[in-house]
Design a protein around this ligand. Sequence first.
Ligand SMILES: Nc1ncnc2c1ncn2[C@@H]1O[C@H](COP(=O)(O)OP(=O)(O)OP(=O)(O)O)[C@@H](O)[C@H]1O
Length: 220
Amino acid sequence: MITFDRVSKRYAEGHEALREVSVELGRDELVFLTGHSGAGKSTLLRLIMLIERPTRGQIIIDGENLAKVKARGIPRHRRNIGVVFQNHQLLFDRTVFDNVALPLVIAGYEHREIGRRVRAALDKVGLLARERALPITLSGGEQQRVGIARAVVAKPRILLADEPTGNLDPALSAEIMQLFEAFNQVGVTVVIASHDLALISRLRHRILTLREGRLVSSGG
Ligand SMILES: Nc1ncnc2c1ncn2[C@@H]1O[C@H](COP(=O)(O)OP(=O)(O)OP(=O)(O)O)[C@@H](O)[C@H]1O
């Protein structure tokens, strides 16, 4: 469960990116976050990741108030969160396997466990056969699936995605959304920021709409 309680975020330059946002996201929910460019979508995701801190208000995740998480607790906090970006942010000189393994290597997992988990994650996104490929040899949709495998490889409780289908055509975008739905069905809380109203309104999930930093709709 993720709770935002009257959360505001003002950046150093004085711009108020989020204003008094209150919302509860259930443990088993998949929600879309939409709104115009600059509405505050990425800021909301960054607050969950503790890349930014709120100026006012509180964020509580599974009973833990993020205000109490000090700098040295941030890596542990982030281990519960998988993140998918629009531009994949893959390492292009490393294989698919190595890209997906990266979070586990950083977290100090044992070699055999890394192999097991990476192959399980690649299997879930349908790319097991491509583990030795370099990302450059994959299509855009496949690259995004590598990004998703990397985000879920450490079995996070929360999956955040910022415009994950921004560069993909409608058919591939729909496939990527189905992957997110599959992870949600096994108990991962999923939050997807997206401009693609045509796509997200077809799927039956709650849509949170931001306008100039305010949550103007949190309905279905
Ligand atoms: N690091 C920062 N410093 C100062 N202002 C920022 C920073 N990050 C974002 N902003 C401002 O905060 C507002 C919200 O930005 P944010 O990136 O959260 O919007 P968004 O809805 O994700 O937009 P987009 O769809 O274009 O990615 C914008 O006016 C932006 O210029």
